[in-house]
Design a protein around this ligand. Structure first.
Ligand code: BJW
Ligand code: ZN
Length: 256
């Protein structure tokens, strides 16, 4: 009997195109809290108070306070063995598209670190929920480098240099549309991959959670890595119960 990890490794090795969908669990071992589950961010904070456009309209100071705290937290974290293994695999094979729901920038950091002097582009993730490390104007939509935020009062919040409206983090909140071209790129990668490797997502938030179904619909295979069952478990050919940093390097690290 070949075990699940060996079968998964062979499928990933033999694939001519692979897509990887990651969620908060891939960064858990870097010290970034997940959203749901024990120790998750939503245990302490209600999403509707913080991660919706209505919340920002109601109390932008509170929302910025939370995001400023998370920026500091993520700034103190580093990519783990799973981010590194995925980046190295993508650079080495040239056949991998990394799609992430995470806004923490750790896949991109791993890609740049793994590439060294070389071009990291093929290992850079498609960030479908945006980035914590970028600002966007709530008025004119212009994107900008993140500023240091003083969230002590409404008057100290950062404003757009062009139009004067409040800046906001460039992330996708509940009820907001994902960027059309970003979602189209992720969808195309999922629809043309032989294998979709899903790592560390509860698969509850759509449309990201539907991407592996695109791979399935085209006859591809779904492999899941997660310590817990998820709604994707029943569509996955192979489900491996374990953490990202212990399992992912084993699946992609030793293959050419
Ligand atoms: C480990 C581990 C370890 C732990 N190793 N694993 C279709 C059906 C139903 C609803 C909808 C639908 N289509 C759209 C909706 C509405 C909504 C939605 O999905 N709601 C559901 C919750 C019911 N979607 C939206 O609103 C989206 N917009 C949209 O569809 O626009 C069109 C539209 C417009 C208007 C009206 C309606 C539709 C936008 C969703 C944006 C999500 N934004 C957030 C916040 C981003 C900014 C920020 O970070 O602050 O994105 S919410 C949050 O959830 C964040 C995450 O990216 C996302 C997913 O969470 P993730 O990554 O799965 O994390 P967790 O914590 O849930 O799971 C962690 C997993 O890791 C667990 O499984 C653990 O077991 C595991 N784990 N340690 C490996 N070491
Ligand atoms: Zn503006």
């Amino acid at each position: 009997m070949i075990d699940a990890a060996t079968r998964a490794r062979d499928l990933l090795h033999d694939a001519s195109a692979a897509v990887v969908l990651t969620g908060a669990g891939v960064s858990a071992e870097s010290g970034v809290p997940t959203f749901r589950g024990p120790g998750g961010l939503w245990k302490e904070f209600r999403p509707e108070d913080l991660a919706t456009p209505e919340a920002f309209a109601r109390d932008p100071r509170l929302v910025w306070e939370w995001y400023a705290w998370r920026r500091t937290l993520v700034g103190a974290c580093a990519p783990n063995a799973a981010h590194r293994a995925l980046a190295e695999w993508a650079l080495r094979s040239g056949k991998v598209t990394i799609v992430t729901q995470n806004v923490d920038g750790l896949h991109a950091r791993a890609a740049r670190e793994a590439a060294g002097e070389a071009d990291p582009t093929v290992a850079l993730p498609i960030e479908v929920h945006g980035s914590l490390l970028r600002d966007r104007c709530s008025g004119c939509d212009a994107r900008s480098e993140p500023v240091t935020v003083d969230a002590t009062s409404l008057a100290t919040l950062p404003r757009c240099v062009r139009c004067g409206a409040l800046l906001r983090p460039d992330v996708v909140w509940f009820g907001e549309m994902l960027d059309e071209s970003v979602l189209a790129r992720a969808g195309a990668a999922a629809a043309t991959a032989d294998v979709c490797l899903v790592v560390g997502t509860s698969a509850l938030v759509h449309p990201a959670a539907s991407l592996p179904l695109r791979t399935r619909a085209h006859g591809g295979v779904v492999i899941e890595v997660n310590p817990e069952e998820t709604p994707l478990t029943r569509v996955a050919e192979i489900s491996i119960r374990g953490t990202a940093a212990e399992i992912v390097p084993m699946l992609v690290g030793l293959t050419a």
